[in-house]
Design a protein around this ligand. Structure first.
Ligand SMILES: Cc1cc2nc3c(=O)[nH]c(=O)nc-3n(C[C@H](O)[C@H](O)[C@H](O)COP(=O)(O)OP(=O)(O)OC[C@H]3O[C@@H](n4cnc5c(N)ncnc54)[C@H](O)[C@@H]3O)c2cc1C
Length: 455
């Protein structure tokens, strides 16, 4: 590829241009969208990222950063070709400072590896997407990713202090720093969640927190999804602040059982609630939780502090997306949000919409913050099924907006939800976003076509 010809001697076999080599980089976890890149570079240093970005800028060629390609909104799709910069080999935890409770990591570090590096110091990295065993910190940063335990601890943006980045014109910048109270405007905050539109993160300084003294996990079974949703509102209204509250419906339970066999009790819906903190506080909260679950109509309640039993409960929940592969060849997962108080109503309406469309919808989601994940199951080999599934996904997003929520909680806009942005933002809001984008990247080379359509 001409744009990278100068770099070919340096990159050698790490510059991929053959059709077979490029094929796997043409999509991410949202497989409904596919575009083959013109080239892929398997970079091994920050200097190489900068060199590739500068070459692309010089020649006016679009480029896309790619971590592990687990985006569910087409974030790492190379729209219109261009160069994919694959960052997985930048996978070093550069330092852990137990006194400052920070770590400095390269962008290709796997999320879970940050906690693994911090654990010997009694520390951990909080944001825990269900994909945490494979997704990278660079991808988490770009999408401001969340996870089951972000209910109390906050999303990625709450845990990133500083970013060393290369801007789309090849300039190097340091955003934020290593303090929780940086001076000046929060430019690191602006970069976080920008879906790669402002350049590529080369180094990220993250906050670490102490591993809790006690962790208590309760699993409650309900006769209906609405009951489980209403229980979440009750728990919050009672003043408890669990670290996680997750719901799975009967289809999601069936998929998890077929796949990783967590041996969940039988029911129409499951609510997982996790408490953590100092021993005395967890004991008092666990007693209050028991009462609340009983009052909310829960059938069987399993409560445990045993690490292996807890791990099995979470394995079922965190494997649920991939597990639905046991139920249907294809799925689209939506990521809309509704106010917590309207969870029951939203779930009932999604059930009605799925039935009317003749499409099965499994639900597994971050109930504590109203972040729904309806999994729309279909067989893409059947003519017209993808379009019908996409239409249902769009209707669900409109429902979320109608109920006072959002089109995305954590999976980003990517290419998939671009057309829904005007449902949430005014033309003036969108114009401001575009002006910010253009101020940093006038030629719109970085992750072209994501979030905002190319003007
Ligand atoms: C089974 C499954 C479960 C999931 N569960 C969750 C969940 O619980 N919570 C959640 O939030 N998400 C979840 N996701 C979505 C996904 O894992 C996250 O969005 C994750 O952050 C993507 O990381 P990645 O390394 O795969 O990034 P990629 O998919 O490779 O890229 C994602 C975006 O980040 C950009 N990017 C990557 N690296 C950089 C960088 N260094 N600098 C700038 N931009 C960059 C890319 O250009 C792209 O726009 C799940 C996905 C799957 C498949």
């Amino acid at each position: 590829m001409t744009v990278l010809d100068d770099l070919r001697p340096r990159l050698g076999r790490r510059l991929l241009t053959g059709p077979a080599e490029l094929a796997v980089f043409g999509c991410d976890a949202l497989t409904a969208f596919y575009e083959r890149p013109a080239a892929v570079v398997l970079v091994e240093s920050a200097d190489e990222v900068v060199a590739v970005v500068r070459a692309c800028h010089r020649e006016g060629v679009p480029f896309v950063a790619r971590g592990s390609g687990t985006s569910l909104s087409g974030g790492s799709l190379p729209i219109g070709g261009g160069v994919v910069i694959a960052l997985n080999r930048l996978d070093r935890v550069l330092s852990v400072d137990p006194d400052a409770r920070t770590a400095v990591v390269e962008p290709g570090v796997i999320n879970l590896d940050v906690s693994r590096a911090a654990l010997p110091h009694g520390l951990m990295y909080c944001p825990d997407p269900s994909s945490q065993s494979v997704c990278t910190i660079g991808g988490n940063l770009a999408f401001n990713s969340g996870g089951a335990h972000c209910l109390r601890h906050g999303m990625t943006a709450n845990h990133v202090l500083g970013i060393r980045a290369v801007l789309p014109d090849g300039e190097l910048v340091e955003l934020g720093g290593d303090s929780v109270e940086p001076l000046g405007p929060d430019v690191a905050g602006m970069f976080c969640g920008s879906e790669g539109l402002f350049g590529i993160a080369l180094e990220v300084t993250v906050r670490l927190v102490a591993v809790a003294e006690a962790t208590h996990t309760a699993l409650a079974v309900y006769d209906s999804l609405e009951q489980a949703g209403d229980a979440v509102a009750r728990i919050v209204a009672a003043g408890l602040l669990p670290v996680a509250m997750e719901i799975m419906d009967a289809l999601a339970i069936e998929a998890a059982e077929a796949s990783v066999k967590p041996n969940y009790p039988k029911g129409a819906a499951l609510l997982i609630v996790e408490l953590e903190g100092e021993r005395g506080v967890v004991d008092a909260d666990a007693a209050a939780l028991r009462e609340l679950l009983r009052a909310s109509g829960a059938g069987e309640v399993v409560a445990t502090e045993d690490p292996d039993a807890r791990a099995l409960i979470w394995k079922g929940r965190k494997s649920a997306f991939s597990a639905v592969g046991w139920l249907a060849p294809d799925y689209i997962v939506q990521d809309g949000v509704v106010p917590r108080t309207r969870l029951g109503e939203a779930l009932a309406e999604i059930g009605r919409m799925g039935a009317a469309a003749g499409i099965r919808v499994a639900n597994v989601f971050h109930a504590g913050d109203g972040n729904l994940h309806p999994l729309i199951l279909f067989d893409g080999r059947e003519p017209g099924m993808l379009e019908r599934a996409e239409a249902l996904a769009g209707d669900i997003l409109r429902l979320c907006i109608r109920l006072g929520g959002s089109i995305t909680g954590e999976h980003g806009v990517g290419v998939e939800k671009r057309e829904y942005l005007p449902l949430m933002f005014t033309p003036a809001d969108l114009e401001l976003m575009r002006r910010l984008r253009r101020a940093v990247d006038p030629a719109e080379l970085a992750n072209r076509g994501k979030m905002l359509a190319v003007a």
